[in-house]
Every structure is written in structure tokens, then in C-alpha cells.
Design a binder for this molecule. Structure first.
Ligand code: TZP
Ligand code: MG
Length: 219
């Protein structure tokens, strides 16, 4: 299992999520300065070649290592292994958890995206270390995102889970949503645009983290 504190402010990003003048490395540096607690490298449909993706992954990995931020790779076991990632995150259409585990060994965390209680139970049974539940709200960052669950959907899922597991909520999340999401049962929030599309990603990350920490004291 992933220690829940790492999920407080989970930043997801790839080159498709950043716009000049800030490069992905600039954005990550600022997000780290603002206090993110975990980073997922998710480069999708960005037009980068495999070599460019690997090079970018190495640069981002190095930033995370320097600041002791867990580094997770989205979808790609090959990249996760080459980048010596701390974890890999898979969706419902990616490799099954057992097969990921067979390739990565037991030391790498495996996170799974789920949208329903059944998917959550299956992910737990197959040995997931944490769940990403979403989308919470409409999002522009994922073209094939499913129907938003809202905090009510998240609360229902959390309440019915038969075994506990660390949970991070994702999809359209802004600081104002944090109270409802944490009281619904999530350990933290995962965001792309609430940090990557902001003119000041550091300030955006800092404000989000502060909200998470304030709310956590109340929950
Ligand atoms: N999975 C479910 S929604 C989503 C992913 C990767 C996109 C989240 O991006 P944003 O910009 O925080 O809505
Ligand atoms: Mg995926």
C-alpha cells in the first residue's frame, strides 16, 4: 500500500499539459516548490517520439529524486522500469495488475484508475496499492473521461468498499472542491490543469496543499 500522506497532492502531467513559456521540467520544479506530495508522468498523444518521452521522463525523474517526491509512470511498464519509478499507474484498459506486478516486482507501487465500486473491488483483489477514483467533475484534460461521479459518487463508493485502500480523487478538481472530496473519503486530490495550466504553478500547488492540510485536520 502507498502511505496515504503521499496522496495528499498528487500532480499528474506530461508535455501535452504544458504551454510555453513553461516547459514540463519548469512546471514540475514549480509544483515541487509549491509542495506536491507525488508526481505521475503521463505523456499521452503529445507527439513526442519514444526517445523524447524517455529523455523527458529522465529529466522529470531526476527532479523528483532530488526532492524525494515519489515518481509514478502512467500506463507504461517499460518506461517505469527504465526510469526506476516508485510506481506505475494503470487504467481499466491497460495491463492487468497481476501482469504489471510480474514485470515490475513487488517493490513498485501499482495504482489503478477506477470509476465504479466493482472496478475498485477488483483492483483491490488483484493487489493494487492505491486507487485513483474519477472523474469527479468534467475535465478537459482527458478526452475519453467517463461521467463525473461527484463527491456523492465518491462517498458512496468509499462507504461500500469491503477493504480499505488509499484513495486519490481525480478529474476537474480545484481548491474549492477539496473539502467535499476529503469528507467523501479520499486521502488526497490528483490534478493536472489546476497546477499545469496556471500561470503560477507554484502558488497554485501551495494553495491546494494548504486546503488539503486544513481539511484533513477536520475530517
Ligand atoms: N483521469 C480521470 S480525469 C483525468 C484523468 C487523468 C484528468 C484530470 O485532469 P484535470 O485537469 O485535473 O481535470
Ligand atoms: Mg492508462
Amino acid at each position: 500500500m502507498v502511505p496515504a500522506r503521499h496522496l495528499s497532492l498528487y500532480f499528474v502531467m506530461g508535455s501535452q499539459d504544458c504551454a510555453p513559456p513553461l516547459s514540463p521540467v519548469d512546471v514540475l520544479k514549480k509544483a515541487i516548490a509549491g509542495g506536491i506530495t507525488c508526481f505521475q508522468f503521463r505523456d499521452k498523444h503529445s507527439g513526442l517520439t519514444m526517445k523524447e518521452t524517455l529523455a523527458l521522463g529522465r529529466a522529470l525523474r531526476s527532479e523528483c529524486r532530488q526532492h524525494h517526491i515519489p515518481f509514478i509512470v502512467n500506463d507504461r511498464v517499460d518506461l517505469a522500469l527504465l526510469l526506476e519509478a516508485d510506481g506505475i499507474h494503470v487504467g481499466q484498459d491497460d495491463l492487468p495488475v497481476e501482469d504489471v506486478r510480474a514485470l515490475t516486482g513487488d517493490d513498485m507501487w501499482v495504482g489503478v484508475s477506477v470509476h465504479t465500486l466493482q472496478e475498485a473491488e477488483e483492483a483491490i483483489a488483484s493487489g493494487a496499492d492505491y486507487l485513483g477514483v474519477g472523474p469527479m467533475f468534467p475535465t478537459r484534460s482527458k478526452s475519453d473521461a467517463k461521467t463525473p461521479l461527484g463527491p456523492e459518487g465518491l462517498a458512496a463508493l468509499c462507504k461500500q468498499l469491503t477493504r480499505p485502500i488509499p484513495i486519490v480523487a481525480i478529474g476537474g478538481i480545484r481548491a474549492a472542491h477539496v473539502p467535499d472530496i476529503l469528507s467523501a473519503g479520499a486521502d488526497g486530490v490528483a490534478v493536472i490543469s489546476a497546477i499545469a495550466s496556471q500561470t503560477d504553478p507554484e502558488a497554485a500547488a501551495r494553495a491546494l496543499l494548504q486546503t488539503v492540510e486544513t481539511e484533513r485536520r477536520k475530517v
